[in-house]
Design a protein. Structure first.
Lengths: 251, 207
């Protein structure tokens, strides 16, 4: 391929390539600047994006919007490589520790107890929020009362059948009416990926307090920090008043 | 322009990248690859369900992210790498012509004059460097949560999420273009390219 001699001469005159405008530096600094502006303008941008994606999600047949940031819905977090599956036959929930009557419940036993249904927002400490999510299950206070908590007790520790996760609440927090052993979410039995067949639900706190795959409730003297709390998260995880966040409270 | 039937390949080759430049690229690519992979494991629900181990994946992601600028910083000790960075930085009139041709989807080499780096490569390098630093900054704000005000942290998460998506797409484009050009890949792998390729793709470059 040949080019006209005149053009060749013209481009040759641009040699060497070290004298032009420093556009590269400007692009780099501009990108940094845009990043900083993005951080500061995020509240406005995020609201717009959520509104747009919320609308788009309703007409999105293949669920691409679910993969976009702030696309709505839950995200799956597990701290172990795999979690055994439990069904109505194999699931057990034990209540022990500083109680007069240690008890083990099957799923049918829990379903036979009075159920409480609540509709609140769910707020994750990483930022995502799922508005108006129905949760339904047995009040934790009911299970504690049935077991007979001793006067020396001050806290409740929760363990999970994933083998690693744990959580804890003070006894006062655990007795709140908006703390459930949840069996149903969004008016369906809780599936495995969402922590089924039964998970903790602590409505006023960040969602890491709502331990998935709940298998043990142990009444203790003092609060023992749970899995993420030993890794720097707040033990008292009130939405909007902990973990350095200012989200709107969920209750 | 067709390749001359040259018996000795080495004689028809030109040097494109020094060993320091190639190793800087390799180390950066490896770290970036681990960052992207661990990001996907943390972010895409299907992959998160497959792998779990969240605390471990987070730790790997954080430390590879922090290490990402290190190869370039070490590479700055190399004169060849500094020379390449200086070429990437400066834009001449021919770069404007290259970009206008790219916007017109005009693929004729005569419409796309380029020195050692074409205008697209220059823009990519500058933007990717800036975006990596923004990812690093916002990532540190999310990691060390007590260093910055609350408002900033939510903003940092927002920017980190969306820029990750953008960076992923642009990186895929970078890799896709390399996959489509074996000689360009040879240049980064061995340091040399054929003179014919160089004259075709980088007509103003005089190695």
């Amino acid at each position: 391929m040949t080019r006209p001699q005149g053009e060749m001469a013209q481009v040759d005159s641009e040699q060497p390539d070290t004298r032009g405008a420093p556009v590269g530096r400007r692009v780099l600094l501009g990108t940094l600047g845009l990043g900083a502006v993005g951080v500061l303008a995020a509240p406005v941008l995020q609201r717009g994006m959520e509104a747009f994606l919320g609308g788009a999600a309703e007409v999105d047949p293949i669920g691409v919007t679910g993969l976009l940031p702030n696309g709505g819905g839950f995200r799956y977090y597990s701290v172990t490589s795999s979690v055994p599956r439990k069904d109505a036959d194999s699931y057990r929930l034990t209540v022990d520790g500083l109680v007069d009557r240690p008890t083990t419940y099957g799923l049918a036993d829990l379903r036979a107890l009075p159920q409480t249904r609540m509709v609140r927002d769910i707020q994750c400490v990483t930022g995502w929020r799922v508005p108006g999510t129905p949760m339904e299950g047995v009040r934790l206070s009911e299970l504690l009362d049935a077991a007979g908590v001793r006067s020396s007790a001050g806290a409740v520790r929760f363990t999970c059948f994933d083998g690693a996760y744990s959580e804890s609440l003070t006894l006062e927090q655990a007795r709140r009416a908006d703390v459930l052993v949840a069996l149903r979410m969004q008016d369906e039995d809780i599936g495995h990926n969402h922590g089924g067949p039964a998970r903790l639900y602590v409505a006023p706190m960040y969602f890491y307090k709502s331990a998935k795959w709940l298998s043990g409730i142990t009444v203790t003297k003092d609060v023992r920090p749970g899995y993420w709390e030993r890794r720097g998260y707040d033990v008292d995880a009130w939405v909007g008043r902990s973990n350095g966040r200012d989200d709107e409270p969920t209750t | 322009m067709s390749p001359r039937p040259d018996a000795d390949r080495a004689a028809s080759d030109v040097r494109r990248f020094s060993p320091a430049v190639r190793w800087t690229h390799r180390a950066t690519a490896l770290l970036m690859g681990v960052c992207v992979l661990t990001a996907a494991l943390l972010y895409v629900p299907a992959l998160a369900q497959l792998v779990g181990r969240r605390a471990l994946v987070v730790t790997v992601h954080e430390w590879t992210g922090v290490a990402l600028p290190v190869p370039v910083l070490v590479g700055l000790g190399s004169r060849a790498l500094r020379a390449d960075l200086s070429l990437l930085n400066r834009f001449g009139a021919h770069d404007g012509r290259w970009l206008r041709a790219a916007l017109r989807r005009d693929k004729r080499p005569s419409s796309r004059p380029a020195h050692k780096f074409n205008a697209g490569q220059k823009l990519y390098a500058a933007w990717a460097a800036g975006a990596t630093l923004v990812m690093l900054g916002t990532g540190l704000m999310m990691w060390f949560t007590h260093l910055t005000p609350l408002m900033w942290r939510t903003g940092a998460t927002f920017v980190h999420d969306w820029l990750a998506l953008t960076l992923g797409i642009v990186l895929a484009g970078h890799i896709g273009m390399a996959m489509a050009d074996p000689e360009a890949r040879r240049g980064m792998r061995t340091g040399s390219v054929s003179r014919v390729w160089a004259e075709h793709e980088h007509s103003l470059w005089r190695p």
